[in-house]
Design a protein around this ligand. Structure first.
Ligand code: IFM
Length: 437
């Protein structure tokens, strides 16, 4: 493995609803994921995040696992419904106390707390009022950011406003396979604009309370055009605009790209200035590239996504393509030039069907190969001049994978859900050794 610059940030990521459990304690209100997961047929194994990894009660054990890993940073998310059980009003002190304990435990272990404010668990009362389709949710988000930073702003080392607003818009409001389960197709654009407006307003709120850097974590998927007709080219461009540019161009001062579904009527005077509030870091979540070609005649979509041949595949059936990470980082650099802030890869990882062997060990050579390939690809992009300053593995723990429930394991640490026993996998030792070196 090549060398990395001193001070490069190595970390792991998780999110609140996927690991915390304890969904009804200490005044936490319901989120859209509590509602959605409890509806019949939404989650493949019928599970919910009610208990998840019980991290709420086991955070000290999990912090010890982080310390053993030797990472310099831990990216977690804060559950908005713990801080504001109904999405508005004063802070719920008991909810913030939990994050206070977590942050202090991390700092005592020499680990930088990196906090994401929104990883999809919107308070249910806000969804009842229209969710992210409703402009007012953006203002509510800024209030929540203010309350959270008032309590934790002196200790969190990097703030991330939103996680993957593209996925939240597309799966949550576009096709409905994620909470809140709306299927509006291209009428979901208000959920994009209002998330980004919330991001911009939250950046201002955070700046007023903390000197720590501020970021957003977007997910990107480099487009592999399949076919060579003009229609294939147009399809690839449309997909790229939707997935890779819609949530980044306006933040870096370019305004919105010409993306399918974009509705100018939703954008008010002055909004683009709010969206373009400078950020200190761009969080990049990368899993795989996407094959795209022209749609069949009569398709409601301006593109068709097609499987990419020739790659190994994860348990999610996602292609393992480390070269896609290098391509993506170069593309961001090329596309945004000097406007691109330092990048941190805020999620990178893979699901495999890991299980303990007869001795209780969990060997996951595919994950080691996956991470090794992606870290090398990122390093190559850095050598070519892309300003990358951190890399976070998704995820510390096996956890509750949204609509896939407990069926997909992404962790460096295996979790036996009935007993909550944690077993570091061989990838945990591999990553620890990499970080040490
Ligand atoms: O588990 C998710 C995470 O919540 C967001 N990014 C992708 C991960 C794997 O699907």
């Amino acid at each position: 493995m090549p060398d990395f610059p001193a001070g490069f940030r190595w970390g792991v990521s998780t999110s609140a609803y996927q690991i915390e459990g304890a969904t009804t304690v200490d005044g936490r209100g319901p989120s859209i994921w509590d509602t959605f997961a409890h509806e019949a047929g939404r989650i493949v194994d019928g599970s919910t995040g009610d208990q998840a990894c019980d991290h709420y009660h086991r955070h000290a054990e999990d912090t010890a696992l982080l310390a053993g890993l030797g990472v310099s940073a831990y990216r977690f998310s804060i559950a908005w419904p713990r801080v504001q059980p109904t999405g508005t009003g004063p802070a719920n002190t008991a909810g913030l106390d939990f994050y206070d304990r977590l942050v202090d435990g991390l700092l005592a272990a020499g680990i930088d707390p990196v906090a994401t404010l929104f990883h999809w668990d919107l308070p249910q009362p806000l969804e009842d009022a229209g969710g992210w389709l409703h402009r007012d949710t953006a203002a509510r988000f800024a209030e929540y950011a203010d309350l959270t930073a008032t309590r934790l702003g002196d200790r969190v080392k990097l703030w991330i406003t939103l996680n993957e607003p593209f996925i939240h818009m597309t799966l949550g409001y576009g096709i409905g396979t994620h909470a809140p389960g709306r299927a509006l197709l291209f009428d979901a654009f208000p959920a994009a604009h209002h998330q980004l407006l919330g991001h911009g307003l939250a950046v201002a709120a955070l700046r007023a309370r903390t000197a720590s850097p501020v970021a957003i974590a977007n997910n990107y998927s480099p487009v592999r055009q399949v076919g060579d007709t003009d229609a294939d080219r147009a399809a690839a461009q449309a997909y790229d605009a939707l997935h890779n540019r819609l949530f980044t161009d306006p933040l870096l001062g370019r305004g919105y790209p010409d993306a399918p579904g974009l509705d100018p009527a939703v954008i008010r005077d002055g909004d683009l200035d709010v969206l373009a509030a400078p950020i200190d870091v761009l969080g990049v979540n990368y899993y795989n590239p996407t094959g795209v070609r022209a749609p069949e005649e009569g398709s409601p979509l301006p593109f068709e996504m097609v499987p990419l041949d020739g790659y190994p595949r994860t348990a999610f059936d996602w292609p393992v393509a480390p070269d896609g990470l290098r391509e993506l980082l170069r593309q961001l650099h090329h596309r945004y030039g000097d406007a691109l802030p330092p990048v941190q890869v805020t999620e990178s990882g893979c699901a495999y069907d890991d299980a303990p062997d007869a001795q209780g060990r969990v060997d996951d050579p595919e994950r080691i190969a996956y991470l090794d390939g992606h870290v090398r690809a990122m390093r190559e992009a850095m050598a070519e001049g892309v300003p990358v300053t951190g890399y976070f593995v998704w995820s510390l723990l096996d956890n509750w994978e949204w609509a896939e429930g407990f069926t997909k394991r992404f962790g460096l640490v295996h979790v036996d859900y009935p007993t909550q026993r944690r077993t570091p996998k061989s990838s945990y030792a591999w990553f620890r050794d990499l970080v040490r070196r």
